[in-house]
Ligand binder design. Structure first.
Ligand code: AMP
Length: 229
């Protein structure tokens, strides 16, 4: 197989990745970013970085984030909207989280003369989600996410390996409830506009990535063609 770098002349892709907490959005978005050349924009990572940095915005968000609740829309918009102008294109992971945010995204894109190319929804059974989240650990050294059972840290990563405050059982239940009530309606919102593609998110990471690449719009698929992340 030929391994070519993504073409810099192609139209930059504008993608949204949807899925419940634990569906593998972060892992898949990072691989998809490498395959397409687009920037991975994770609002969860941006929130955690602001909290770790102790900024006023970070302090305002910490309580919501620790409890597994959504932070207020105006705050999350301040964090995410500057990334929309990225000339490489983007893969939004964790945003929009509800219909109000989706409308705010539409308005921001329209104001910049941009379109959303596709919304990719990762589908997985709830029992598998809880299992993945409880065993998830974040390396304080490398920022990489592992799963103690399915993807344990390699000897080269010194750790320490920490559990996210919102990956404990009560917070996991709360986040799944928030997802069902507020985020799931986005599927109908985007399906009605013909933008939604649903991806089976059970199985090996590489197989799920191949399904995502097969579901890309032509501009992003062209970039990903022949490029193995
Ligand atoms: P995640 O890593 O995507 O699960 O996000 C972790 C936490 O960051 C969430 O539980 C929220 O508190 C906050 N967060 C991330 N993205 C958003 C968003 N689009 N809207 C509101 N809160 C968000």
């Amino acid at each position: 197989m030929t391994h070519t770098k993504p073409e810099s002349t192609a139209v930059p892709p504008h993608l949204v990745l949807l899925g419940a907490p634990g569906a593998g959005k972060g892992t898949q978005a990072a691989l998809l970013a490498a395959a397409t050349g687009a920037t991975h924009v994770s609002t969860g990572d941006l929130v955690r970085a602001a909290i770790a940095g102790g900024t006023p915005l970070g302090r305002a968000m910490q309580g919501y984030s620790d409890r597994g609740e959504l932070v207020p829309d105006d705050t999350i918009l301040q964090i995410v909207l500057p990334h929309l102008a990225d000339p490489a294109g983007w893969i939004l992971d964790g945003f929009p989280r509800d219909v109000a945010q989706a409308r705010a995204l539409d308005a921001a894109l329209a104001a910049q003369g941009m379109d959303l190319d596709r919304v990719l929804a990762l589908d997985i059974a709830e029992a598998a989600l809880c299992e993945r989240l409880q065993d998830r650990r974040l390396s304080a050294a490398t920022g990489r996410t592992y799963n103690l059972r399915f993807d344990p840290p390699p000897p080269g990563d010194p750790g320490p390996f920490v559990q996210r405050a919102d990956d404990h059982p009560d917070e996991i239940r709360r986040r799944l409830q928030v997802y069902h009530e507020q985020t799931e309606p986005l599927r109908a919102y985007y399906a009605g506009r013909g933008l939604l593609r649903t991806i089976d998110a059970d199985g090996p990471v590489e197989a799920i990535q191949a399904r995502l690449i097969a579901a890309l719009p032509a501009n992003a698929a062209g970039r990903a063609h022949g490029y193995a992340p």
